[in-house]
Design a protein around this ligand. Structure first.
Ligand code: C5P
Length: 236
C-alpha cells in the first residue's frame, strides 16, 4: 500500500544523505512523497533510498534508465527490491527495453509504478534536429507517450505545457508526473515554463514534482501546507 495519497513529490536534490535526512525529518510521510535523483543517488547510494523507505516514505527513484533491455530489466528489478514506489526509464530506449523493464517490476499489487521520460524538457527544436529527429517536439512527446502506454508502462513525466494534450490522449489511469511547478508568486529559479500546483492538477497531472519551493523554504512543512491548502481551495 502506498504510504501517502498526496499528489506532491518533494525532489530531494542534495549532495549528501545528511542534508536529505535533515529535511525528511521535518516532513510527514502521509503528506508527501519523495524523489531521489542522480545527484543524491550517486553521492549516497541505495542505502539512502532504503533509509527513506524505512522512514515510511513513498520514494520515486528518478534514475531514467536507458540501456539494452537486459541491463535495464536488471536495474529495475534491483530498484523493486529496494522497495521504491516509482521508477523511470527513457522511452527512447524503445519498446523492447520498456517491455523488459515492465516485466522486471513484476505483478505484485505493491509493485513500483513504472513511468517513462519521453523527451527531456531541456531539449529544444535545434537539439532535437541535431539528433536527426524529424517533426515537432510535441508530436514526438505524444508518440513516445503512446509507445510507453503500449509497452505496459504506468505513465510519463511531462512538462506542464504537455499535460493537457497527454491527458486528452490517455485516460486517468495513465499517470502524468509534472515538474516545473511553482506556487503563485513563487520564485521561478531556473525553471522557465512553470505552472501553479492547482493549474497542473486541473490540466490533468496526477503528481507534482516540487523541489526548492519546499526544500529551500525556511519552514518546509509550512510551505507544504500552503501548497496543500491551494490544492484543496481549488478543488472546492
Ligand atoms: O526545485 P525544482 O522544483 O525546480 O525541482 C524540480 C525537480 O524536477 C528537479 O529534481 C529536476 O531535476 C526535476 N525535473 C525538472 N524538469 C524535468 C524533469 C525533472 O525540473 N523535465
Amino acid at each position: 500500500m502506498p504510504a501517502s495519497n498526496s499528489p506532491i513529490i518533494v525532489a530531494l536534490d542534495y549532495a549528501n544523505a545528511d542534508d536529505a535526512l535533515a529535511l525528511t525529518d521535518q516532513l510527514d510521510p502521509s503528506r508527501c512523497r519523495l524523489k531521489v535523483g542522480k545527484e543524491l543517488f550517486t553521492h549516497a547510494g541505495p542505502h539512502a533510498v532504503s533509509m527513506l523507505v524505512n522512514q515510511g516514505f513513498d520514494v520515486f527513484l528518478d534514475l531514467k534508465y536507458h540501456d539494452i533491455p537486459n541491463t535495464v530489466a536488471k536495474a529495475c528489478a534491483a530498484a523493486t527490491e529496494l522497495g521504491v514506489w516509482m521508477l523511470n526509464v527513457h522511452a527512447l530506449g524503445g519498446q523492447a527495453m520498456m517491455q523488459a523493464a515492465r516485466k522486471a517490476v513484476g505483478a505484485a499489487p505493491d509493485r513500483p509504478q513504472l513511468i517513462a521520460v519521453t523527451l527531456l524538457t531541456s531539449m529544444d527544436q535545434t537539439t532535437f534536429e541535431q539528433l536527426g529527429m524529424q517533426g515537432s517536439i510535441n508530436d514526438s512527446v505524444l508518440r513516445l507517450a503512446q509507445l510507453s502506454a503500449d509497452s505496459g508502462l504506468d505513465g510519463v513525466v511531462c512538462s506542464p505545457q504537455e499535460t493537457a494534450a497527454l491527458r486528452q490522449q490517455h485516460d486517468d489511469k495513465f499517470q502524468l508526473i509534472t515538474p516545473g511547478i511553482r506556487p503563485e508568486n513563487g520564485d521561478q529559479g531556473d525553471q522557465h515554463r512553470t505552472m501553479t500546483p492547482a493549474a497542473a492538477i486541473t490540466a490533468g497531472s496526477n503528481y507534482l514534482v516540487i523541489g526548492r519551493p519546499i526544500t529551500a523554504a525556511s519552514d518546509p512543512m509550512a510551505a507544504l501546507s500552503e501548497i496543500e491548502t491551494c490544492l484543496i481551495a481549488d478543488n472546492t
